[in-house]
Design a binder for this molecule. Structure first.
Ligand code: NAD
Length: 489
């Protein structure tokens, strides 16, 4: 398995690898760098700047200095920046997709799909930029008027994960720009390159110096905690794991920072006895195997009505067996590697734990013996409630099948988790669909479909899955502050 020779020389040498502070590409203090690996080979792709806390501080100070001028741009001017960014995404699509695949491992067709989604999010928030409304009304109690306006919340810290490096970053950057907020974005150390390339694209689209700054670091806590506690920022928007989110919320409490948190999930996927099995299996394939299962919306617990279980298992294994696992740049590959060794160890431990608690291993279950961090499609059946997999997300290509018989019982088991990001329901009964969708304790529900995230929809979690929403009008509201002006006549 090799990466074709034409790919690296063309894209990687030209890709930005430094910090972007106040409109200038800058080396980290003392020229420090860290390595970015190709998960498909385990080899080093390149090195990028490893910011110090002082570098991070300079980035945030640049965002603070740029805030009032950026907020003073008209909404139409900020919209035009986003429209130019949209055109540049189309122009640079192949380069960006290649970078995504090289650093994250996902197959090239998935990276291209991520770029389609990025374009949709930019388009959406370009439209939102000019639709921020206030109100003007009589004050019912006194001789006066009530004016309500929305203002940019202020300099924002954006921290993003490695699983969808670009589409997760754009969910924050596009609304921040639309709302008139300056920012410091910090991508995950596994996948810094796509975000740096995107920040360059934003600068080329006309984002003024200081309005978007990018900091890459191998020491996230050391660099970001002082920024969060500094009092210079007014917003923290984070996507990542729940334990890190909880830690950041504690840090943000000191300055009472406005926080948006897109955290982990433990999605139930419920297939009722009256489901269309073709639809359910198709949906599960996309839901579970996209990005090798490293998706916060991925089904963690697949509850299948006992009468369908044998047939469902047969169809799922039949669909998984011919998947082609390999380097994301190679033709015909349908499943890439996991992002790093840590993920491989995590997935292996979850599978071993489930088997240890009595689950039956139907297929897969052991990492592939080849360079890179490959874990095969895996199916477990009759996973018991005592397995770790029932409580924490596996974040890998593992289908955990659990039988059920009664609707009330499966809803209760689906809700028996600290998380509440997304749930999936498969049934041909409209009444049951509505009843169960309303009873499930999650921010999003997929009814007879396995994907739920769209730029025009408010996406977010309940319980330990998060705070706030990304997408829709709610997504820009996260970057706006409401101001009330009491006017005396
Ligand atoms: P992670 O929490 O380890 O890291 C997320 C980001 O936070 C990265 O940029 C990381 O470098 C940074 N980070 C880590 N520790 C930090 C600290 N102490 N201070 C500041 N920054 C820190 O998560 P991950 O492993 O990159 O991503 C996987 C997790 O993200 C999964 O739990 C997944 O469910 C979740 N996720 C959620 C959503 C959503 O929309 N709810 C979307 C994608 C991923």
């Amino acid at each position: 398995m090799t990466v074709t020779a034409s790919v690296r020389p063309e894209v990687l040498p030209a890709a930005p690898k430094d910090l972007f502070i106040d409109g200038v590409w800058t080396k980290a203090a003392e020229g420090r760098t860290f390595r970015v690996l190709d998960p498909g080979t385990g080899e080093v792709l390149c090195t990028v700047a490893d910011a110090s806390p002082a570098d991070g501080r300079r980035a945030l100070e640049a965002a603070v200095a740029a805030q009032s001028a950026f907020a003073a741009l008209t909404p139409r001017e900020r919209q035009q920046i986003l429209h130019r960014a949209l055109a540049l995404v189309a122009e640079r699509r192949e380069d960006l997709a290649t970078i995504l695949t090289l650093e994250s491992g996902k197959p090239l067709h998935e990276s291209r799909a991520e770029l389609t989604s990025v374009a949709e999010w930019i388009q959406h928030f370009a439209e939102e930029a000019v639709r921020v409304h206030g109100s003007f009304q009589e004050n019912p109690g006194v001789n006066g008027r009530m004016i309500v306006t929305k203002q940019p919340i202020g300099p924002s810290i954006l921290i993003t994960p490695w699983n969808f490096p670009l589409s997760q970053a754009v969910r924050k950057l596009a609304p921040a720009i639309a709302a008139g907020c300056t920012s410091v974005v910090k991508p995950a150390k596994e996948t810094p390159l796509a975000v740096l390339a995107f920040v360059k694209l934003l600068a080329d689209a006309g984002v003024p110096p200081g309005a978007v700054n990018a900091v890459t670091t191998s020491e996230s806590n050391a660099v970001m905690e002082p920024l969060i506690r500094s009092g210079l920022a007014r917003k923290l928007s984070f996507t990542g794991s729940t334990p890190v989110g909880v830690r950041l919320l504690e840090q943000a409490a000191e300055q009472v920072l406005s926080c948006s948190m897109e955290l982990g999930g433990n999605a139930p996927f419920i297939v009722f006895e009256d489901a269309d099995l073709d639809v359910a299996v198709d949906s599960l394939m996309v839901n579970k195997m996209w990005n090798c299962g490293q998706t916060c919306t991925s089904a963690n617990r697949v509850f299948v009505h006992a009468t369908l279980m044998d047939e469902f298992e047969r169809r799922v294994t039949e669909r998984l067996a011919p998947m082609v696992q390999g380097h994301g740049m190679d033709d015909g590959v349908t499943l890439g590697p996991l992002v790093n060794e840590r993920q491989v160890r995590h997935v292996q431990a979850m599978v071993d734990d489930a088997v240890g608690h009595g689950a039956r291993l139907v297929m897969g279950g052991h990492r592939l013996d080849r360079p890179g961090t490959f874990y095969p499609p895996t199916v477990l059946r009759d996973v018991p409630a005592s397995a770790e997999l029932m409580r924490e997300e596996v974040f890998g290509p593992v289908v955990a099948l659990i039988p059920f018989e009664e609707e009330t019982d499966v809803v209760q088991r689906a809700n028996d988790t600290d998380y509440g990001l997304v749930s999936y329901v498969f049934t041909e009964s409209l009444r049951r669909a509505v009843r169960v969708a309303e009873a499930l304790e999650s921010g999003n529900v997929g009814l007879n479909r396995g994907t739920v995230a769209y730029a025009a929809a408010p996406f977010g979690g309940t319980k330990r899955s998060g705070l706030g929403r990304e997408g829709a009008t709610e997504g820009i509201e996260e970057f706006l502050e409401t101001k009330f002006v009491a006017l005396q006549l």
